[in-house]
Design a protein around this ligand. Structure first.
Ligand code: ZN
Ligand code: ZN
Length: 640
């Protein structure tokens, strides 16, 4: 007998029995089983003991089951509407679900409404969803009979003799589950989008059509999500980038995944870089510059040619030597370290560089500024003695929170990745080193009062790490910072320092990037602010707007005065437009400050100050406006 808590909160003692019929008899609706916190199918045999809960449809753990069931409803509808379609895979994802298909004819967005309609019909028909176990031979015959080549490929990878299928009405799909009891429970869903997706993510295989959708337990939650999506769509950096003339990526002329920073994007980047460099000097870092290419032997020593080759571009030959574009900056920093004998008194050494690296990414995964092929890491390597490691990690975390805070990020999620304790042989470095490194990471996090999730088995083979994710204004999580121990490269490059005992010792090395890469960070900043950057980052801080042609000289004088005060100001005198047009344009360009110059203002030597929020602050002397802007900039204020 096992005690089962039902969705109503009532408990029942059950032997094994058919849980679905127990629920039906009691008029309760369940979505899935939680067995000791693990999600299972309602149709699974009950465990002999343990804590078993039938979760209701609106339980957070049930969302995945709901969405995966919605993906089956989608596939069901598609097989009705498009005979001859082939099914690939249809998982639940973070905020919805998708299903990959190979359509006999290309699908367009215009087809989505009628697919949605057919799905609604399948929901109304309320088909019970059954789990069917087929012997392998029968499963194969079924799929072969329907010409389901992708499913057959998946089947070959399932080692079991009995194969799990789920059936609803006339539709049956190879699937591990879990699923809801019936299609009628998928009430609040929407199809969202189409995209191309390679079968198994492999560019050498078939291009399939991915249909995206989402589903929620309530209509309100769905409506809220659709509003959120619309807001995210408006903030998409791939739209705002060209609109605000910040950057471009030109696949045909320049190459995919390679970013051109336009003057306005570059002005913003200059602010990021200047701030970053100054704060690093203040924190005791030394800035270095290193080349974009390095000899093959360097990457052999570092090990990148062994364990990172697929992320690197083909070598180029120069005077009979092979060179590679750098995928990482570390070997160069180590080469600087090794130009001298370092004593224990020289440590810690902290080399920082805005280092541009090139990594191979398949064209299918490139995504605006978020996933590119050439990018500038805000990289640093901290080389120190074992007794310094704790302070170094703590200081690194301080700097991270300070810098991310200045950009307006105050909500963090932290993950600590450590070894899989059951597979220690897959990692290099001694137990003592792993323990010491992990302890320093934990103490630093606890010292800052940051809660974190410990991820066992998530560490890379050469050391534990902390990843920091920020939550943006739409509560989306972005991974920015990584603080990563490395027990590998100091060994491979035979790094040493002379201890107070006169003997050579191996230093610790930590790689860290706070912003991640400037390109990706820029993309996230654009979306976080929806392009309306705070004054210190805004590419153009002030637009000076003459009311008529007569005020052009005055406006130009005002802009020049602001520029002398260190403010990025432009007089908008090239186009003869109405003031209304100019103000609207400045608002579209999200310029924080508009300085309107009419005849009256020109005569009085003042400007009428407007904010991009629409607020009209009236007449002010130019010097007062300059003071206000400079003050906001100096404080890196988010206010105007
Ligand atoms: Zn399924
Ligand atoms: Zn590194």
């Amino acid at each position: 007998m096992v005690h089962v808590v039902l969705p109503s909160g009532q408990g029942v003692d059950l032997d094994r029995g058919d849980l679905l019929s127990v629920l039906r008899e009691r008029g309760e609706t369940g979505a899935a089983l939680l067995v000791d916190g693990e999600l299972r199918d309602l149709r699974d045999p009950l465990p002999p003991s343990g804590e078993v809960q039938v979760v209701p449809l609106d339980h957070p753990a049930a969302l995945e089951v709901l969405r995966h069931t919605a993906s089956h409803v989608l596939a069901h509808a598609v097989t009705r509407l498009f005979p001859g379609v082939q099914l690939a895979i249809g998982p639940a994802i973070e905020d919805g679900f998708y299903y990959d298909f190979r359509f006999p004819e290309p699908l367009t967005r215009d087809d989505l409404p009628r697919i949605q309609e057919e799905m609604e019909k399948i929901v109304r028909e309320d088909h019970p969803i059954e789990r069917v176990w087929l012997p392998r031979a029968e499963a194969e015959a079924l799929l072969r009979g329907r010409g389901e080549d992708y499913k057959l490929e998946l089947l070959r990878e399932i080692p079991d003799e009995r194969i799990s299928f789920y059936r609803q009405g006339e539709f049956i799909d190879l699937c591990r589950g879990p699923h809801l009891p019936s299609t009628g429970l998928v009430r609040h869903f929407a199809l969202l989008d189409l995209a191309g997706a390679y079968w198994r993510g492999d560019a050498a295989r078939d291009m399939l059509t991915r249909v995206y959708g989402t589903a929620f337990p309530t209509g309100e939650a769905l409506a809220e999500h659709l509003r959120w999506r619309e807001e995210a769509r408006k903030r998409d950096h791939r739209t705002l980038g060209p609109e605000l003339d910040l950057f471009s990526i030109q696949n045909e002329t320049v190459g995919a995944g390679l970013v051109l920073w336009h003057p306005k994007g570059a002005a913003l980047r200059h602010q990021i870089e200047t701030f970053w460099k100054e704060e690093h000097y203040k924190a005791g870092y030394q800035l270095v510059y290193t080349p974009h290419i390095g000899r093959a032997r360097l990457w052999e020593t570092s090990g990148h040619l062994d364990f990172y080759r697929e992320g690197m571009y083909s070598p180029m030959a120069v005077e009979g030597q092979e060179f590679y574009l750098k995928p990482m900056n570390c070997p160069f920093h180590i080469a600087i370290y090794k130009t001298r004998t370092r004593s224990y008194r020289d440590l810690p050494i902290r080399y920082a560089e805005l280092g541009t690296v090139y990594r191979f990414e398949r064209s299918g995964v490139l995504h605006g500024l978020l996933r590119v092929r050439g990018f500038t890491q805000d990289d640093a390597h901290i080389i120190c003695r074992p007794d310094q490691i704790e302070d170094e990690v703590a200081a690194c975390l301080d700097l991270t929170l300070h810098i991310l805070g200045a950009f307006g990020f105050r909500d963090f999620k932290v993950a600590l990745s450590v070894r899989d304790p059951a597979g220690k042989e897959h990692y290099i470095g001694s137990d003592g080193m792993w323990d010491e490194a992990e302890r320093s990471l934990v103490r630093a996090l606890e010292g800052k009062g940051l809660s974190y999730t410990r991820m066992e088995g998530e560490a890379v083979f050469y050391g534990p790490k902390i990843d920091i994710h920020v939550l943006d204004s739409l509560k989306r999580s972005w991974q920015l910072t990584t603080i990563q121990f490395d027990f590998n490269e100091p060994e491979r490059f035979d790094m040493a320092y002379i201890g107070d005992d006169g003997a050579a010792h191996r230093p610790y090395m930590v790689h860290r990037a706070l912003l991640g890469s400037l390109e990706r960070f820029f993309g996230i900043l654009i979306e976080h602010y929806g392009g309306a950057f705070p004054p210190w980052l805004a590419p153009v801080q002030a637009a000076v707007l003459p009311v008529t042609e007569g005020e052009i000289p005055y406006a130009e004088g005002v802009a020049a005065e602001l520029r002398r005060a260190g403010i990025r100001a432009e007089a908008w005198t090239k186009e003869r437009k109405t003031l209304r047009w100019l103000i609207r344009e400045a608002q579209l360009q999200k310029v924080p400050y508009m300085l309107v110059c009419g005849a009256r203002e020109a005569a009085a030597g003042v400007v009428a100050l407007r904010l991009r929020t629409g607020e009209d602050l009236g007449a002010h002397p130019v010097a007062a406006v300059a003071d206000r802007i400079r003050h906001r900039v100096a404080e890196r204020s988010l206010e105007l």
